[in-house]
Design a protein around this ligand. Structure first.
Ligand code: 5AD
Ligand code: SF4
Length: 435
């Protein structure tokens, strides 16, 4: 049987998409392999959200192509870069290029590539949700699984390429999502993460009269031990959603709530549809209704013409919210987006200095949160052997903090109690507490 190796870059949605592709490839006669050396086909699932992500893939492609192989190898590039970069991708040695809505066409594309022709399908779709596909789970064993509940995005934040690469928002049917969650639970999964570019918008395009709060509640009731979701746009995060999160113990008290900037003018130019005050009052409502809530965020530094004062508004917002986790990015112009047309008077050096300053503030708060956890005991879902120390296991607390501890590998996939002994900025060290 021929073998396919899939390499995934970018967001969790891409991880979920790779599982759809793995499933479709099986129907094309390919078995999945985790050893790139034995692959007959290599598929690279790509991200376009920033330039460095795209450059890495182009480098990787050249790299793969430069290695001599004994057998014929098909190299495919799939995902967000497909449409935008098709010429460069073929030039760098791709045999096959497929966009995020063309994965059902993979058997046909692979057949073309096997015959020696260049294969391409980068059509966008307004309806494709891969409703009939049962994803082939690639990640760590049957512990934690992604379930994509919708595809695409309608928000068109002015800096963002996603609505162009992934197309319009469309939701999967309520029962289909529940069925997929049920099958994960039956297979012994301990954790499900519901995925969408903006999960808050779930159901708006359906005729089922169900919103994301309804879906979250229905999945929580199925009895999965841990339920998470991402990503949520602050402008349409409803009070009903907050109430559901507060009500169910198995919905993790962890919300990813990208703020992008703390300055009203910049937020407006970004097309974010909320201002600083509205964001902060949403955070207040969440923290009041959900005790022990952890918040994480995304922030873009150096939006075109961002002034020092505007940047300082972001710093002060970070100091006010005191996030438990954060992803920070230097703005990367994406051709085709409105923001990329703005002439920018801020140097990269200034942006980079501001970026460092912001990270210092974020890390101070994250370290403080981690320090406060020392001495306390938390339930941890053991996900495997630590990536940094083979003698240790690793896992995540409910608030999504990474913990390392000594223990037997038979604990992998179980939720156990761990007492925190030591804190670092991005991880904790603990010991297992016997019940
Ligand atoms: N430049 C930098 N960061 C970006 N993001 C999206 N588009 C860009 C861009 N052009 C960030 C946002 C988003 C995260 C997934 O990536 O913060 O929330
Ligand atoms: Fe991009 Fe905004 Fe949609 Fe997120 S909500 S994917 S940042 S356009």
């Amino acid at each position: 049987m021929k073998k396919v190796y899939i390499e995934t870059y970018g967001c969790q949605m891409n991880v979920a998409d790779s599982e759809v592709v793995a499933s479709v490839m099986e129907t094309a006669g390919y078995a999945l392999t985790t050893d790139i050396k034995e692959a007959d086909a290599i598929l690279i699932n790509t991200c376009s959200v920033r330039d460095n992500a795209e450059q890495r893939v182009l480098g990787r492609l050249t790299d793969i192509r430069s290695q001599k192989r004994e057998k014929k190898l098909i190299v495919g590039v799939i995902g967000c870069m497909a449409e935008r970069n098709k010429e460069d991708l073929f030039k760098a040695g791709a045999d096959l290029v497929a966009g995020p809505a063309s994965y059902l066409d993979m058997p046909n594309l692979i057949a073309q590539a096997e015959m020696g022709s260049k294969a391409i399908n980068v059509e966008l779709s307004t309806s494709e949700t891969y409703a009939k596909i049962i994803p082939t789970r690639i990640g760590m064993g049957a512990i934690s699984g992604f379930v994509s509940i919708m595809r695409g995005c309608n928000n068109f934040c002015t800096y963002c390429i996603v609505p162009y690469t992934r197309g319009r928002e469309r939701s999967r049917r309520f029962q289909d999502v529940l069925d997929e969650c049920r099958s994960l639970i039956n297979a012994g999964y301990q954790e499900i993460t519901l995925l969408g570019q903006n999960v808050n918008a779930y159901g708006k395009d359906l005729d089922e009269n169900k919103d994301f709060a309804d879906l979250l509640e229905a999945v929580a009731k199925l009895g999965i031990p841990r339920l998470r979701f991402t990503t949520s746009h602050p402008w349409d995060f409803s009070s009903k959603m907050i109430d559901v999160i507060a009500k169910y113990d198995n919905i993790m008290k962890f919300i990813h709530l990208p703020v992008q900037s703390g300055n009203d003018e910049v937020l407006k130019l970004m097309g974010r549809r909320y201002n600083r005050e509205q964001y902060l009052s949403l955070v207040k409502e969440m923290r009041e209704k959900i005790p022990g809530l952890s918040l994480s965020t995304d922030i873009i530094v150096g939006f075109p013409n961002e002034s020092e004062e505007q940047f300082q508004d972001t710093v002060s917002l970070v100091d006010e919210v005191k996030y438990e986790a954060a992803f920070t990015f230097i703005y990367s112009p994406r051709k085709g987006t409105p923001a990329a047309r703005i002439e920018d008077n801020v140097t990269y050096e200034t942006k980079s200095k501001r970026f460092q300053e912001l990270v210092k503030h974020l890390e101070k708060h994250i370290e403080e949160h981690s320090r406060q956890m020392v001495g306390q005991t938390y339930p941890v879902l053991v996900d495997g052997v630590s990536k940094t120390d083979a003698g240790m296991l690793s896992g995540y607390t409910e608030e999504n903090k990474l913990v390392h501890f000594k223990g037997d590998e038979t604990l992998i996939g179980k939720i156990i109690k761990v007492k925190i002994l030591e804190s670092h900025t991005y991880s904790l060290i603990g010991e297992i507490i016997d019940e």
